[in-house]
Write a protein that binds this ligand. Structure first.
Ligand SMILES: *Cc1c(COP(=O)(O)O)cnc(C)c1O
Length: 432
């Protein structure tokens, strides 16, 4: 009997296969060698004929050099934390490509001198919020709060905050603990459900670094409640910082209870902090907007360097601000009539015997804020058994399980992806 190991094709022979050579150029040698080694092992184990090893290695190649995969978000949740929050606009993606190579992020091309890093992005943000005297961008919303806290409260000054606004933002991270981790002493006022301006006034004294108002963006408290408007907090004589959370720059007609940067600054906030990848619809980043003197202090602090955003973020944020409507805003402006029509077209393109039908659905903003807002939407309902195979496709489709059915909600799906959705369901329905 021949030794099966003799028959296993050699690595150099396999790597000479034109398909694997091309893949090595595209994906790099490591991933290709891994696929080759796995196929050789199956051959050694007797599970694969020697002549099939090259084909098996080609079939096992990953689609890209990243393990992250594009997915279709058919959950009905517009800003889905587990699906990467805001999807970027085509213009922002194009900006990422432009900035990916050598770029003039810190060079003035007319003088060949060092230029202000990210100048165009900061100008676009300032132009979008004329009420802000100055702006700054850091890595995320949490970084924005950490920077403010560290710079303004590190000398033992206290931060006055309502008990009802001690928010856990997700994955076990809590705003009060974040602030204490950079040296703040918190002075809590009021109760879980109620706080008055007098509570703040009694707590503000010579040791107060700033008053912080945090938008409860991921929960709501109903019943016997009260909180203090920004305009009243602005009269207390201490700097007022407002964490608005979602990054709306101006009021949104569909989200009347969601605070926005312009209104908050006009009401008297000295500084507003927000995330860039929630309702603003941009890349992950943290926005700081407000008084010029405060922002200059924050920007020049050594700690700011540890929170600095990269050129990719600057590029994508600028294109989000200056370019066409980003996908999050587009999703929030869809009418239920249009969504029903799209769902009907998807159902019409599927085989009759699937039992697919159009249903009305409750869409949501998601991790981006507005926990009480229901966005009327429409979905394609399928048997629950479709959920797992749809997630296993090359282009995974993630829907929502509801009352024993799988709903493919179209609210957060770009209309250009409807055809891919149809193809995905057909593939699962008719394998092979
Ligand atoms: C989301 C959120 C944060 C955290 O922002 P990240 O960008 O996720 O770091 C902080 N505060 C509020 C009110 C938020 O909604």
């Amino acid at each position: 009997m021949p030794d099966p190991r003799r028959a296993v094709p050699r690595t150099d022979q396999l790597l000479a296969d034109p398909r694997l050579r091309e893949a090595a150029d595209r994906l790099g040698p490591v991933l290709v060698k891994r696929a080759v080694a796995a196929a050789q092992q199956r051959c050694r184990d007797g599970a694969l004929a020697p002549a099939a090893v090259a084909d098996e290695a080609v079939a096992a190649l990953p689609p890209a050099a990243t393990t992250l995969r594009r997915v279709v978000n058919a959950t009905g949740v517009v800003v889905h934390t587990n699906l990467g929050r805001a999807p970027l606009s085509a213009a922002a993606v194009e900006a990422l490509r432009t900035a990916a190579g050598a770029t003039d992020v810190e060079l003035d091309l007319t003088t060949a001198r060092r230029g202000r890093r990210g100048r165009g992005t900061l100008e676009a943000l300032a132009a979008a919020v004329p009420d802000a005297e100055a702006v700054h961008v850091v890595n995320n919303g949490a970084a924005a709060l950490a920077l403010v806290t560290r710079v303004l409260a590190r000398d033992g000054g206290s931060v006055v905050i309502a008990r009802g606004e001690l928010v856990e933002i997700g994955d076990g991270f809590r705003i009060p603990e974040l602030m204490e981790s950079v040296g703040a002493r918190l002075r809590e006022v009021g109760t879980t459900n109620r706080v008055r301006v007098e509570d703040y006034a009694a707590a503000v004294d010579g040791t107060t670094a700033f008053v912080l108002k945090v938008h409860p963006s991921n929960f709501s408290v109903r019943g016997f409640t009260s909180s203090v408007p920004v305009a009243d907090l602005a009269t207390l004589g201490a700097p007022l910082v407002v964490d608005i959370g979602s990054g709306l720059l101006a009021p949104h007609p569909r989200l009347p209870d969601e605070p926005d940067a312009a209104t908050t600054l006009r009401a008297g906030a000295d500084l507003v902090t927000a995330s860039g990848d929630k309702l603003l619809g941009g890349p992950q980043c943290g926005l700081l907007l407000g008084r010029a003197a405060l922002l200059e202090r924050l920007r020049r602090d050594p700690f700011a360097r540890a929170l600095r955003v990269d050129k990719l973020t600057l590029a994508a944020l600028e294109a989000t601000l200056a370019g066409p409507v980003p996908p999050v805003a587009a999703a929030l402006s869809r009418s239920v009539g249009d969504l029903r029509a799209r769902a009907a077209a998807v159902v019409a393109a599927l085989p009759d015997d699937l039992g697919a039908n159009v249903v009305d659905s409750d869409g949501a903003v998601g991790g981006g804020g507005a926990p009480d807002v229901v966005i009327p939407s429409a979905a394609v309902a399928l048997p629950e058994s479709y959920a797992e195979p749809l997630r296993a496709l090359d282009l995974p489709v993630v829907g929502r399980l509801e009352r024993g059915r799988l709903l493919l909600d179209l609210l957060a799906v770009d209309p250009a992806e409807d055809a891919a959705l149809v193809a995905a369901v057909r593939r699962v329905a008719e394998p092979g």
